[in-house]
Design a protein around this ligand. Structure first.
Ligand code: ADP
Ligand code: MG
Length: 234
């Protein structure tokens, strides 16, 4: 359970909105539920690092966030603090995931989604690897939030896209530069950008309907903002 911190009013609904939208567009996210305890808004997230067998026995799965896996201390979770770059994340998946051919495209889909929703805070501790038997895979997504909803929060991306450190990283040049630096293929990224835009647009209204009863102002503001961002990416 994540209770909403007092300094970010509306965060729980914002996160529920973004996690629900992520699920709707096909990203791997755990189940979430909005909850109010007294006057406190919370989100309830199903743990992805536990499995329960048919006898009811629960086993813990090990997870490591990208900072841990790459050897960065927590105080260096942002690129601007000499923390991980997108290149580091992609190299980690290429070298250490047991299925990079699936995990790298999944990671790119998450990256595009974060730009579309306006999440500047996708730093090295907001991506993880999940260890299960002998598999090492990109974990489900978590902490998906439109950080633009609070004007006092930084617009600087936790990890630059090309040379761009702003969450408004929409120019083709930025993405092409990132692609070149990370050794990915531009047609694959471009195709994913277009497809993500359409998937987001197709699902915004329904996610708004599902969340508007919790916080009308947040559930109205977010889709307006995201629609504008999709338009710019397209
Ligand atoms: N559904 C989940 N199942 C298991 N571990 C999770 C889940 N969601 C988040 N975590 C772990 O908990 C940590 C904190 O969660 P996060 O949502 O990022 O909280 P915060 O908003 O405090 O940063 C993450 O770094 C991740 O490792
Ligand atoms: Mg986090």
């Amino acid at each position: 359970m994540k209770p909403e911190p007092d300094r970010f009013p509306g965060l729980a609904v914002n996160e529920i909105f973004c996690m629900t939208l992520a699920h709707a567009v096909g990203l791997n996210v755990p189940k979430t539920k909005y909850l109010r305890i007294g006057s406190k808004s919370c989100i309830l997230v199903q743990r992805y690092d536990r499995t329960t067998d048919e006898t009811g026995h629960t086993t813990r799965l090990h997870q490591e966030d990208f900072c841990q896996a790459l050897g960065f201390p927590p105080e260096r979770k942002y690129q601007a603090e000499r923390g991980p770059t997108l290149g580091d994340c992609i190299s980690l998946l290429r070298d250490w995931s047991t299925t990079p051919v699936l995990d790298i495209p999944k990671f790119i889909n998450g990256l595009i989604f974060n730009v579309l929703i306006g999440n500047a805070d996708a730093h090295g501790k907001n991506y993880s690897l999940l260890y299960s038997n002998s598999d090492r895979r990109l974990s489900p997504y978590y902490d998906l939030v439109c950080t633009l909803a609070w004007p006092n929060l930084s617009r600087n991306l936790a990890m630059k896209i090309g040379d761009c450190s702003s969450v408004n990283a929409f120019t083709i040049g930025n993405w092409q530069k990132m692609v070149k630096k990370t050794g990915l293929g531009w047609p694959m990224i471009r195709e994913r950008m277009v497809e993500s835009c359409h998937r987001v647009l197709d699902n915004l209204d329904e996610v708004q309907e599902q969340t508007i009863e919790y916080n009308e102002s947040m559930a109205t503001h977010l889709p307006e903002n995201i629609k504008g961002r999709v338009g710019r990416m397209l």
